[in-house]
Design a protein around this ligand. Structure first.
Ligand code: C2E
Ligand code: CA
Ligand code: CA
Length: 393
Protein backbone atom coordinates (compact mmCIF):
# COMPACT_ATOMS: atom_id res chain seq x y z
CA UNK A 1 0.00 0.00 0.00
CA UNK A 2 2.94 2.29 0.72
CA UNK A 3 4.23 1.62 -2.79
CA UNK A 4 0.86 2.14 -4.36
CA UNK A 5 -0.49 5.13 -2.44
CA UNK A 6 2.37 6.50 -0.34
CA UNK A 7 3.15 6.33 3.38
CA UNK A 8 0.43 8.72 4.52
CA UNK A 9 -2.30 6.49 3.15
CA UNK A 10 -0.43 3.42 4.43
CA UNK A 11 -0.39 4.84 7.95
CA UNK A 12 -4.03 5.79 7.72
CA UNK A 13 -4.99 2.24 6.74
CA UNK A 14 -2.94 0.83 9.63
CA UNK A 15 -4.85 3.06 12.02
CA UNK A 16 -8.15 1.92 10.59
CA UNK A 17 -7.10 -1.73 10.85
CA UNK A 18 -6.26 -1.15 14.51
CA UNK A 19 -9.65 0.48 15.13
CA UNK A 20 -11.53 -2.33 13.42
CA UNK A 21 -9.64 -4.98 15.39
CA UNK A 22 -10.30 -3.16 18.65
CA UNK A 23 -13.98 -2.92 17.84
CA UNK A 24 -14.16 -6.70 17.41
CA UNK A 25 -12.53 -7.81 20.67
CA UNK A 26 -13.95 -7.82 24.19
CA UNK A 27 -12.66 -6.01 27.25
CA UNK A 28 -9.64 -7.90 28.59
CA UNK A 29 -8.48 -9.10 25.15
CA UNK A 30 -5.18 -7.74 23.91
CA UNK A 31 -4.51 -6.34 20.43
CA UNK A 32 -1.03 -5.43 19.26
CA UNK A 33 0.81 -4.62 16.08
CA UNK A 34 3.80 -6.97 15.98
CA UNK A 35 5.25 -6.31 12.52
CA UNK A 36 4.87 -4.05 9.48
CA UNK A 37 1.58 -5.64 8.50
CA UNK A 38 1.18 -8.21 11.27
CA UNK A 39 -1.16 -7.96 14.22
CA UNK A 40 -1.60 -10.23 17.23
CA UNK A 41 -4.70 -10.73 19.33
CA UNK A 42 -4.52 -12.52 22.67
CA UNK A 43 -7.73 -14.00 24.09
CA UNK A 44 -7.73 -15.16 27.69
CA UNK A 45 -10.16 -17.42 29.54
CA UNK A 46 -12.13 -20.65 29.42
CA UNK A 47 -13.90 -20.08 26.10
CA UNK A 48 -10.85 -18.63 24.38
CA UNK A 49 -10.32 -21.52 21.98
CA UNK A 50 -13.93 -21.43 20.78
CA UNK A 51 -13.95 -17.64 20.58
CA UNK A 52 -10.70 -17.62 18.58
CA UNK A 53 -12.29 -19.20 15.52
CA UNK A 54 -15.35 -17.01 15.41
CA UNK A 55 -13.27 -13.91 16.05
CA UNK A 56 -10.87 -14.91 13.25
CA UNK A 57 -13.87 -15.21 10.95
CA UNK A 58 -15.04 -11.72 11.90
CA UNK A 59 -11.53 -10.31 11.48
CA UNK A 60 -11.13 -11.61 7.94
CA UNK A 61 -14.59 -10.33 7.04
CA UNK A 62 -14.12 -6.91 8.58
CA UNK A 63 -10.63 -6.37 7.15
CA UNK A 64 -11.80 -7.58 3.75
CA UNK A 65 -14.03 -4.51 3.52
CA UNK A 66 -12.71 -1.44 1.72
CA UNK A 67 -10.67 1.20 3.55
CA UNK A 68 -11.56 4.72 2.47
CA UNK A 69 -8.40 6.76 3.10
CA UNK A 70 -7.88 10.29 1.84
CA UNK A 71 -8.79 10.43 -1.83
CA UNK A 72 -8.52 6.70 -2.38
CA UNK A 73 -10.22 3.49 -1.40
CA UNK A 74 -7.77 0.77 -0.38
CA UNK A 75 -8.32 -2.97 -0.14
CA UNK A 76 -6.13 -5.24 1.92
CA UNK A 77 -7.81 -8.24 3.60
CA UNK A 78 -6.30 -10.48 6.25
CA UNK A 79 -5.06 -13.99 6.87
CA UNK A 80 -5.15 -15.58 10.33
CA UNK A 81 -3.08 -18.19 12.17
CA UNK A 82 -4.36 -19.50 15.50
CA UNK A 83 -2.35 -21.08 18.31
CA UNK A 84 -3.54 -22.35 21.72
CA UNK A 85 -1.73 -22.28 25.05
CA UNK A 86 -0.96 -24.52 26.80
CA UNK A 87 -2.02 -27.18 24.23
CA UNK A 88 0.29 -26.15 21.39
CA UNK A 89 3.08 -24.43 23.30
CA UNK A 90 3.74 -22.66 26.57
CA UNK A 91 6.51 -20.11 26.13
CA UNK A 92 6.05 -16.80 24.37
CA UNK A 93 8.63 -17.52 21.70
CA UNK A 94 7.24 -20.99 20.99
CA UNK A 95 3.73 -19.62 20.80
CA UNK A 96 4.80 -16.97 18.34
CA UNK A 97 6.66 -19.53 16.27
CA UNK A 98 3.60 -21.79 16.15
CA UNK A 99 1.38 -18.83 15.24
CA UNK A 100 3.81 -17.99 12.43
CA UNK A 101 3.63 -21.54 11.09
CA UNK A 102 -0.18 -21.50 11.19
CA UNK A 103 -0.19 -18.08 9.51
CA UNK A 104 2.26 -19.28 6.87
CA UNK A 105 -0.02 -22.22 6.06
CA UNK A 106 -3.04 -19.93 5.92
CA UNK A 107 -1.20 -17.63 3.51
CA UNK A 108 -0.44 -20.58 1.26
CA UNK A 109 -4.18 -21.26 1.08
CA UNK A 110 -4.80 -17.70 -0.01
CA UNK A 111 -5.88 -14.38 1.40
CA UNK A 112 -8.77 -14.55 3.82
CA UNK A 113 -7.84 -18.04 5.06
CA UNK A 114 -7.80 -19.07 8.71
CA UNK A 115 -5.57 -21.86 9.94
CA UNK A 116 -5.07 -23.47 13.37
CA UNK A 117 -1.65 -24.69 14.40
CA UNK A 118 -1.09 -28.43 14.07
CA UNK A 119 2.04 -30.22 15.39
CA UNK A 120 2.57 -31.71 11.93
CA UNK A 121 3.33 -28.19 10.69
CA UNK A 122 6.26 -28.09 13.05
CA UNK A 123 7.55 -31.34 11.61
CA UNK A 124 7.03 -30.15 8.06
CA UNK A 125 8.86 -26.92 8.80
CA UNK A 126 11.78 -28.82 10.37
CA UNK A 127 11.97 -31.09 7.30
CA UNK A 128 11.93 -28.04 5.11
CA UNK A 129 14.73 -26.38 7.03
CA UNK A 130 16.81 -29.56 6.73
CA UNK A 131 16.16 -29.77 2.99
CA UNK A 132 17.02 -26.09 2.68
CA UNK A 133 20.36 -26.70 4.41
CA UNK A 134 21.06 -29.67 2.13
CA UNK A 135 20.24 -27.59 -0.94
CA UNK A 136 22.56 -24.86 0.27
CA UNK A 137 25.37 -27.40 0.51
CA UNK A 138 24.52 -28.88 -2.89
CA UNK A 139 24.61 -25.44 -4.53
CA UNK A 140 27.92 -24.62 -2.87
CA UNK A 141 29.41 -27.96 -4.01
CA UNK A 142 28.06 -27.75 -7.54
CA UNK A 143 25.88 -30.84 -7.02
CA UNK A 144 22.91 -29.40 -8.88
CA UNK A 145 23.43 -30.59 -12.44
CA UNK A 146 21.82 -30.02 -15.81
CA UNK A 147 20.23 -32.34 -18.32
CA UNK A 148 19.32 -31.23 -21.82
CA UNK A 149 16.18 -31.85 -23.83
CA UNK A 150 16.28 -31.39 -27.62
CA UNK A 151 13.88 -29.03 -29.38
CA UNK A 152 13.28 -29.84 -33.05
CA UNK A 153 12.32 -27.76 -36.04
CA UNK A 154 8.83 -28.83 -37.12
CA UNK A 155 9.91 -28.22 -40.69
CA UNK A 156 13.16 -30.17 -40.91
CA UNK A 157 13.11 -32.38 -37.81
CA UNK A 158 16.58 -31.15 -36.93
CA UNK A 159 17.64 -30.20 -33.43
CA UNK A 160 17.69 -26.40 -33.30
CA UNK A 161 18.11 -25.96 -29.57
CA UNK A 162 18.23 -27.79 -26.26
CA UNK A 163 16.57 -26.81 -23.01
CA UNK A 164 18.70 -27.02 -19.88
CA UNK A 165 16.78 -28.57 -16.98
CA UNK A 166 18.11 -28.65 -13.43
CA UNK A 167 18.58 -31.93 -11.56
CA UNK A 168 19.41 -32.54 -7.92
CA UNK A 169 20.00 -35.95 -6.45
CA UNK A 170 19.80 -35.72 -2.67
CA UNK A 171 22.44 -37.86 -0.91
CA UNK A 172 19.76 -39.69 1.13
CA UNK A 173 16.40 -38.95 -0.48
CA UNK A 174 17.48 -39.46 -4.10
CA UNK A 175 16.27 -37.27 -6.97
CA UNK A 176 14.26 -34.21 -5.89
CA UNK A 177 12.14 -32.75 -8.71
CA UNK A 178 12.99 -29.19 -9.83
CA UNK A 179 9.37 -28.26 -9.14
CA UNK A 180 10.31 -28.75 -5.47
CA UNK A 181 13.88 -27.46 -5.20
CA UNK A 182 13.65 -24.44 -7.51
CA UNK A 183 10.82 -22.86 -5.45
CA UNK A 184 12.78 -23.78 -2.32
CA UNK A 185 15.85 -22.02 -3.71
CA UNK A 186 13.65 -19.03 -4.46
CA UNK A 187 12.25 -18.92 -0.95
CA UNK A 188 15.57 -19.22 0.84
CA UNK A 189 17.45 -16.70 -1.27
CA UNK A 190 19.58 -19.24 -3.14
CA UNK A 191 18.15 -18.78 -6.59
CA UNK A 192 20.55 -16.01 -7.61
CA UNK A 193 23.63 -18.14 -6.93
CA UNK A 194 22.04 -21.31 -8.29
CA UNK A 195 20.67 -19.58 -11.38
CA UNK A 196 24.04 -18.09 -12.25
CA UNK A 197 25.84 -21.40 -11.70
CA UNK A 198 23.38 -23.21 -13.97
CA UNK A 199 23.63 -20.52 -16.64
CA UNK A 200 27.41 -20.83 -16.56
CA UNK A 201 27.22 -24.61 -16.78
CA UNK A 202 24.77 -24.54 -19.70
CA UNK A 203 26.89 -22.03 -21.64
CA UNK A 204 30.11 -23.92 -21.05
CA UNK A 205 28.48 -27.16 -22.25
CA UNK A 206 26.93 -25.49 -25.28
CA UNK A 207 30.24 -24.09 -26.59
CA UNK A 208 31.15 -27.65 -27.59
CA UNK A 209 28.00 -28.24 -29.58
CA UNK A 210 27.43 -27.34 -33.24
CA UNK A 211 26.93 -23.62 -33.72
CA UNK A 212 23.49 -24.29 -35.25
CA UNK A 213 22.27 -25.48 -31.84
CA UNK A 214 21.14 -22.95 -29.25
CA UNK A 215 20.84 -23.56 -25.54
CA UNK A 216 17.75 -22.46 -23.60
CA UNK A 217 18.10 -21.67 -19.92
CA UNK A 218 15.15 -21.18 -17.55
CA UNK A 219 15.17 -18.00 -15.49
CA UNK A 220 13.34 -17.52 -12.24
CA UNK A 221 11.41 -14.25 -11.94
CA UNK A 222 13.44 -13.58 -8.80
CA UNK A 223 16.65 -13.44 -10.82
CA UNK A 224 15.27 -10.23 -12.27
CA UNK A 225 14.73 -8.72 -8.86
CA UNK A 226 18.24 -9.10 -7.55
CA UNK A 227 21.14 -7.16 -8.97
CA UNK A 228 22.10 -6.63 -12.54
CA UNK A 229 21.01 -9.67 -14.52
CA UNK A 230 22.23 -8.47 -17.90
CA UNK A 231 25.70 -7.77 -16.49
CA UNK A 232 25.79 -11.29 -15.03
CA UNK A 233 24.70 -12.82 -18.32
CA UNK A 234 27.26 -10.77 -20.23
CA UNK A 235 30.09 -11.90 -18.00
CA UNK A 236 29.00 -15.54 -18.24
CA UNK A 237 29.02 -15.30 -22.05
CA UNK A 238 32.44 -13.71 -21.97
CA UNK A 239 33.91 -16.29 -19.58
CA UNK A 240 32.50 -19.28 -21.43
CA UNK A 241 33.00 -17.95 -24.93
CA UNK A 242 29.45 -18.73 -26.02
CA UNK A 243 28.07 -16.41 -28.70
CA UNK A 244 25.11 -14.43 -27.37
CA UNK A 245 23.09 -15.52 -30.42
CA UNK A 246 23.28 -19.10 -29.18
CA UNK A 247 21.71 -18.38 -25.81
CA UNK A 248 17.97 -18.37 -25.19
CA UNK A 249 16.41 -17.37 -21.91
CA UNK A 250 13.03 -18.79 -20.93
CA UNK A 251 10.93 -16.54 -18.75
CA UNK A 252 7.47 -17.19 -17.38
CA UNK A 253 4.51 -14.91 -17.23
CA UNK A 254 4.84 -14.63 -13.47
CA UNK A 255 7.95 -12.61 -14.16
CA UNK A 256 6.12 -9.50 -15.13
CA UNK A 257 3.81 -9.32 -12.17
CA UNK A 258 6.02 -7.19 -9.99
CA UNK A 259 8.06 -4.27 -11.24
CA UNK A 260 6.82 -4.24 -14.84
CA UNK A 261 8.94 -1.39 -16.20
CA UNK A 262 12.14 -2.61 -14.65
CA UNK A 263 11.56 -6.14 -15.89
CA UNK A 264 10.94 -5.08 -19.46
CA UNK A 265 13.95 -2.76 -19.37
CA UNK A 266 16.10 -5.69 -18.28
CA UNK A 267 14.64 -7.88 -21.02
CA UNK A 268 15.46 -5.17 -23.57
CA UNK A 269 19.07 -5.08 -22.40
CA UNK A 270 19.37 -8.86 -22.67
CA UNK A 271 17.84 -8.89 -26.11
CA UNK A 272 20.17 -6.09 -27.21
CA UNK A 273 23.08 -8.44 -26.47
CA UNK A 274 21.69 -10.75 -29.16
CA UNK A 275 20.09 -13.22 -26.78
CA UNK A 276 16.68 -14.69 -27.64
CA UNK A 277 13.92 -14.30 -25.08
CA UNK A 278 11.25 -17.00 -24.88
CA UNK A 279 7.92 -16.82 -23.12
CA UNK A 280 7.54 -20.14 -21.26
CA UNK A 281 4.38 -21.97 -20.16
CA UNK A 282 2.21 -19.63 -22.15
CA UNK A 283 -1.49 -19.83 -21.45
CA UNK A 284 -1.39 -20.91 -17.82
CA UNK A 285 -1.25 -18.62 -14.82
CA UNK A 286 -1.39 -14.90 -15.26
CA UNK A 287 -1.29 -14.81 -19.05
CA UNK A 288 -1.62 -11.38 -20.46
CA UNK A 289 -1.64 -10.62 -24.15
CA UNK A 290 -0.43 -7.14 -23.33
CA UNK A 291 3.07 -8.55 -22.72
CA UNK A 292 3.39 -8.97 -26.47
CA UNK A 293 2.59 -5.33 -26.90
CA UNK A 294 5.37 -4.41 -24.51
CA UNK A 295 8.09 -6.75 -25.68
CA UNK A 296 9.06 -8.58 -28.88
CA UNK A 297 9.50 -12.11 -27.58
CA UNK A 298 11.43 -14.34 -29.99
CA UNK A 299 9.44 -17.47 -29.25
CA UNK A 300 6.43 -18.58 -27.26
CA UNK A 301 6.26 -22.01 -25.64
CA UNK A 302 2.77 -23.44 -25.52
CA UNK A 303 2.22 -25.20 -22.23
CA UNK A 304 1.97 -28.98 -22.12
CA UNK A 305 -1.58 -28.83 -20.76
CA UNK A 306 -2.81 -27.61 -24.17
CA UNK A 307 -0.65 -30.09 -26.04
CA UNK A 308 -2.05 -32.92 -23.90
CA UNK A 309 -5.58 -32.27 -25.12
CA UNK A 310 -5.00 -31.07 -28.64
CA UNK A 311 -6.34 -34.26 -30.19
CA UNK A 312 -9.43 -34.43 -28.00
CA UNK A 313 -10.44 -30.92 -27.06
CA UNK A 314 -11.74 -28.31 -29.47
CA UNK A 315 -10.86 -25.60 -26.96
CA UNK A 316 -7.22 -26.71 -26.74
CA UNK A 317 -7.00 -26.81 -30.53
CA UNK A 318 -8.50 -23.35 -30.79
CA UNK A 319 -6.10 -21.95 -28.20
CA UNK A 320 -3.06 -23.43 -29.95
CA UNK A 321 -4.36 -22.05 -33.24
CA UNK A 322 -4.79 -18.60 -31.72
CA UNK A 323 -1.27 -18.56 -30.28
CA UNK A 324 0.14 -19.71 -33.62
CA UNK A 325 -1.74 -16.86 -35.32
CA UNK A 326 -0.30 -14.42 -32.84
CA UNK A 327 3.17 -15.81 -33.51
CA UNK A 328 2.77 -15.51 -37.26
CA UNK A 329 1.60 -11.91 -37.04
CA UNK A 330 4.36 -10.90 -34.64
CA UNK A 331 7.17 -12.96 -36.12
CA UNK A 332 7.51 -15.19 -33.07
CA UNK A 333 8.34 -18.89 -33.30
CA UNK A 334 5.90 -21.22 -31.56
CA UNK A 335 7.29 -24.13 -29.55
CA UNK A 336 4.94 -26.91 -28.43
CA UNK A 337 6.25 -28.62 -25.30
CA UNK A 338 5.49 -32.02 -23.80
CA UNK A 339 4.70 -33.73 -27.12
CA UNK A 340 4.25 -37.42 -26.33
CA UNK A 341 2.39 -38.99 -29.26
CA UNK A 342 2.47 -39.02 -33.05
CA UNK A 343 -1.13 -37.79 -33.13
CA UNK A 344 -0.23 -34.75 -31.05
CA UNK A 345 2.75 -34.07 -33.28
CA UNK A 346 0.62 -34.17 -36.45
CA UNK A 347 -2.03 -31.90 -34.93
CA UNK A 348 0.61 -29.42 -33.74
CA UNK A 349 2.37 -29.33 -37.08
CA UNK A 350 -0.96 -28.88 -38.85
CA UNK A 351 -1.78 -26.02 -36.50
CA UNK A 352 1.46 -24.32 -37.53
CA UNK A 353 3.80 -24.79 -34.54
CA UNK A 354 7.36 -24.11 -35.64
CA UNK A 355 9.18 -26.18 -33.01
CA UNK A 356 8.48 -29.34 -31.04
CA UNK A 357 9.78 -30.68 -27.75
CA UNK A 358 8.75 -33.76 -25.81
CA UNK A 359 9.31 -37.37 -24.84
CA UNK A 360 8.21 -38.43 -28.34
CA UNK A 361 11.53 -37.10 -29.63
CA UNK A 362 13.72 -37.36 -26.58
CA UNK A 363 13.72 -37.26 -22.81
CA UNK A 364 16.20 -34.88 -21.21
CA UNK A 365 19.75 -36.24 -21.75
CA UNK A 366 22.93 -36.02 -19.73
CA UNK A 367 25.76 -33.88 -21.09
CA UNK A 368 27.57 -36.98 -22.35
CA UNK A 369 24.46 -38.32 -24.07
CA UNK A 370 23.86 -34.92 -25.62
CA UNK A 371 27.47 -34.74 -26.82
CA UNK A 372 26.97 -38.07 -28.55
CA UNK A 373 23.61 -37.16 -30.02
CA UNK A 374 24.96 -33.91 -31.42
CA UNK A 375 28.30 -35.24 -32.62
CA UNK A 376 26.42 -36.62 -35.64
CA UNK A 377 25.67 -33.01 -36.59
CA UNK A 378 29.32 -32.03 -36.52
CA UNK A 379 31.18 -32.19 -39.77
CA UNK A 380 34.64 -31.22 -38.58
CA UNK A 381 35.35 -34.82 -37.65
CA UNK A 382 36.55 -33.89 -34.19
CA UNK A 383 35.39 -35.83 -31.17
CA UNK A 384 33.97 -33.05 -29.03
CA UNK A 385 33.39 -35.21 -26.00
CA UNK A 386 37.05 -36.18 -26.15
CA UNK A 387 38.11 -32.57 -26.50
CA UNK A 388 35.88 -31.55 -23.63
CA UNK A 389 37.43 -34.09 -21.27
CA UNK A 390 40.88 -33.13 -22.52
CA UNK A 391 40.09 -29.52 -21.67
CA UNK A 392 38.63 -30.43 -18.28
CA UNK A 393 41.79 -32.42 -17.50
P1 C2E B 1 9.46 -26.29 -17.79
O1 C2E B 1 10.41 -25.17 -18.03
O2 C2E B 1 8.09 -26.17 -18.38
O3 C2E B 1 10.19 -27.58 -18.33
C1 C2E B 1 9.57 -28.59 -19.05
C2 C2E B 1 9.28 -29.76 -18.17
O4 C2E B 1 8.49 -30.72 -18.89
C3 C2E B 1 10.54 -30.51 -17.75
O5 C2E B 1 10.29 -31.05 -16.45
C4 C2E B 1 10.62 -31.63 -18.77
O6 C2E B 1 11.38 -32.73 -18.34
C5 C2E B 1 9.15 -31.97 -18.91
N1 C2E B 1 8.83 -32.60 -20.18
C6 C2E B 1 9.37 -32.39 -21.39
N2 C2E B 1 8.79 -33.15 -22.32
C7 C2E B 1 7.83 -33.87 -21.69
C8 C2E B 1 6.87 -34.83 -22.12
O7 C2E B 1 6.77 -35.19 -23.30
N3 C2E B 1 6.04 -35.33 -21.17
C9 C2E B 1 6.10 -34.97 -19.88
N4 C2E B 1 5.25 -35.52 -19.00
N5 C2E B 1 6.98 -34.06 -19.43
C10 C2E B 1 7.84 -33.51 -20.33
P2 C2E B 1 11.33 -30.84 -15.28
O8 C2E B 1 12.71 -31.04 -15.78
O9 C2E B 1 10.85 -31.69 -14.16
O10 C2E B 1 11.19 -29.32 -14.90
C11 C2E B 1 10.04 -28.85 -14.28
C12 C2E B 1 10.06 -27.35 -14.13
O11 C2E B 1 11.10 -26.95 -13.22
C13 C2E B 1 10.42 -26.62 -15.42
O12 C2E B 1 9.28 -26.54 -16.21
C14 C2E B 1 10.88 -25.29 -14.88
O13 C2E B 1 9.77 -24.48 -14.56
C15 C2E B 1 11.57 -25.68 -13.60
N6 C2E B 1 13.02 -25.74 -13.85
C16 C2E B 1 13.76 -26.79 -14.28
N7 C2E B 1 15.06 -26.45 -14.40
C17 C2E B 1 15.16 -25.14 -14.06
C18 C2E B 1 16.25 -24.19 -13.97
O14 C2E B 1 17.41 -24.48 -14.26
N8 C2E B 1 15.93 -22.92 -13.54
C19 C2E B 1 14.65 -22.56 -13.23
N9 C2E B 1 14.44 -21.31 -12.83
N10 C2E B 1 13.61 -23.42 -13.31
C20 C2E B 1 13.86 -24.69 -13.71
CA1 CA C 1 11.16 -24.03 -19.64
CA1 CA D 1 7.42 -24.90 -20.00
Amino acid sequence: MNDQFGHLIGDEVLNQVAERLRSLVEPGDIVARVGGDEFAIILIGEAASKRARSLAQKVTERLGEPFPAGQVVAYCGATVGIVLAPDDATTTSELRQCADLALYRAKERGRGSICCFDPRMDEASRDRRTLEGDLRTAVANGDVKLVYQPILSALTGEITSVEALARWSHPKKGPIPPDIFIPLAEECGLIGTLGEALLRLACSDAVWWPSSVRVAVNLSPLQFQAGDLSATVRSVLQDTGLAAERLQLEVTEGLVIRDVDRTFAELERLRALGIQILMDDFGVGYSSLSYFQRFPFDKVKIDKSFVDHITTSRASRAIVQAVVGLGEQLGMGIVAEGVETEEQMHALVAAGCTHLQGYLFSKPLTTTEMDERLSALLNDGVDRAGRRSARAA
